[in-house]
Ligand binder design. Sequence first.
Ligand SMILES: [Zn+2]
Length: 428
Amino acid sequence: MNVSAHRAFSLLKDLAFERVSCSEAENRAAQRLLAEAQSAGVQAVIEPFTVPCGRVRHAKLVVTEPYRKEYEVTGYERALSTPEGGVDLPFYYAENGLPAHLGNVKGKAVLINGHLGRKAYKHLQKNGAAAILTFSGSTIDRRSETDCDIRKLREMLTDDFGKNIALNMRAEDAAEMVRRGAKALHIELTAEDYDGESRNVCAVIEGTEKPEEIISFGAHYDSVYFSTGVYDNMAGSVIIMELLRYFAVHKPARTMKFNWYGSEEQGLLGSKAWVKAHADELDKHVLMINVDVAAATLGQNAAPVLGTDAATAYVDGLMREMGTACDVKSDIYSSDCIPFADQGIPAVNLYRSGTAGANYIHDRRDNLKSGYIDERALDITLQQALFLARRVDGAKVFPIERKISDDIRKKVDEYLFKTDKKQEGEKQ
Ligand SMILES: [Zn+2]
């Protein structure tokens, strides 16, 4: 029994549909991954968790002065609704929210550049913005080939700074509004919150010699809206399924856990829920191996290691021994490895990303028809993951120290906004 990139890619093709957090499709994908793991003779279960979700019934934006035009918008999920009949507000473009702009946002519908991060949201809320507008895509997008992105006011924004009315629009339209000197807007938004259910698919193969040491494999299987998420990240999901098949036959010395995480795209919610639910066993975890993004035909391999410099050197040595190209470095990676590192568990994230012009992520182009991923390229990361897994599992003494360097710890804290929250707490 050996791993098969062909079999992995076939499974990827079967699951190449949009799988947004808490959707029926995400559930369908979970059930299929569960059935695949069980069919390999491995004990597997679904572990559900609750996600704060939002539904948008209606969203509308009309420029009313000095010209009149309605623009296509999407409402942020979990945003505040406008009063019945909407609101009329002055419009203000605050660019990237520097102090020179923030003094002018009070009581206005404020457009900012691109992404609504925690810092920008905090400043807009504290300075009294009446509504927030963002844009996505690029100014040269063709409407027929792109979508107006659907976004969510995540808890990391709303928990600390409250809610607001928030809309997203296309970059081209945002540029037109600014260019034509829009002064006043009419905005309507009807949104409601609800608790959604997402799922992790969890499988276990008991170790034959050192069952008390646990190596876990992770990959998220959800996608964002409009994306079939084949590259990000059904590719990683099917790679760890092949590892499961391999170790179901070639029993590991250490206990191996295989987790397919839901709702990663909403802020690593699946892995955060998993770490919380399994708190009492985390001291047994010696390594987490995550695969997020793979199979790009034109691309490059990398492996950020969240651990010590010695762990990084060890993984780099293995890749050299294997003769495979892989840029191994000490760094964090925005994926399910983060909650593990946060708990002091070293993690390696293997990935193969597409090079510029051959990587499409988080929109409708992450699709099999885009033709930038293939089975041979998927095999590269599959082989690297298998080699790493076999070597660490086969080691007499576990070769990676259960430790996170100060540098990685700092980056993880920043990523999880712990640093910001600490400073905010000190100021109060
Ligand atoms: Zn991903």
